[in-house]
Design a protein around this ligand. Structure first.
Ligand code: ADP
Length: 258
């Protein structure tokens, strides 16, 4: 080979290498930016309950000890806000761990129908009559191998939302089914629904379609529910007709998480 050819090949190889390095740096930049955004969002979310805890503590310090009524109110508020913060920190941990690739699962044979019935019972108690929460049992048992505690958490998130975003007098309906190799848990509500443009975004972390309505929410629920489903090789999907209601469907492979 002539020296010119050698040089040409070498130049191509080096250019190729540089292009690959550049792409890899861009990917790292992106991951870093995502991490930075997550840290910023998380701090922001933690600051809210912390500020209110400090506020109530200051109130207690200056006059809550003399005034019993104000004292009790302050302590109650501090307990409530710390509980909110505990839930938030736990959610953040789940989300952060998921980022590192992988959520540890404890798969075991479970009945999705029994799980749904329990989740409905809890949601009904929490709803306190504001909305009707009904469970439609399947004709045949719907069972498979999955992490029962995690899937229960995902079901609770979908049910909490359905109750939270459905006005008084509405109906939340839960059903389970086996469809084409998948187990499905369906949560429908007669609530306000979700605008079409918001639908794909509700699964993003910290995303709240309507901050005014999302009182007390962290915006993490649906991203966690989806993370749990995906860890199982499943999915959570949403459909909605604004003004009519929304349906969230969690699907799981019937052959287990694999
Ligand atoms: P949040 O803590 O705000 O409920 P989620 O991640 O669970 O966080 O939900 C994200 C957003 O999606 C909510 O703020 C709300 O705007 C919207 N959303 C979720 N579920 C429903 C539902 N069943 N009906 C209407 N909007 C919903």
């Amino acid at each position: 080979a002539r020296p010119g050819d050698e040089l040409g090949r070498l130049t191509t190889t080096i250019n190729d290498l540089l292009a690959r390095l550049e792409a890899s740096f861009a990917r790292r930049e992106e991951a870093l930016a995502r991490q930075r955004r997550f840290a910023a969002d998380a701090s922001h979310e933690l600051r809210t309950p912390l500020t209110s805890i400090a506020g109530y503590a200051r109130m207690l310090k200056s006059w809550g000890l003399e005034n019993r009524e104000a004292g009790r109110e302050g302590v109650e508020a501090i307990l409530e806000e710390s509980e909110r913060m505990r839930v938030l920190v736990e959610d953040l941990l789940v989300v952060a761990r998921g980022d590192e690739g992988g959520m540890p699962l404890e798969p075991a044979p479970n009945d999705l129908g029994a799980l749904a019935a329990e989740a409905v019972g809890a949601a009904r108690a929490a709803a306190g009559g504001k909305v009707v929460v009904q469970y439609v049992p399947p004709k045949e048992p719907v069972g498979a191998v999955f992490d029962g505690a995690r899937i229960r958490r995902a079901a609770d998130i979908l049910l909490d939302n359905a109750v939270k975003y459905t006005p008084e007098g509405g109906v939340v309906t839960v059903g389970v089914a086996r469809e084409g190799g998948l187990l499905r848990l369906r949560v429908s509500d007669t609530g306000a629904g979700i605008p079409k443009e918001d639908l794909p975004r509700v699964f993003e972390r910290f995303y709240r379609a309507d901050p005014a309505r999302s009182e007390g929410g962290t915006g993490l629920g649906l991203s966690i529910a989806r993370q749990i489903a995906r860890a199982h090789g499943g999915e959570v999907e949403a459909a909605s007709r604004p003004g009519k209601g929304s349906t969230f469907v969690l699907s799981l492979p019937e052959n287990g998480p694999g």
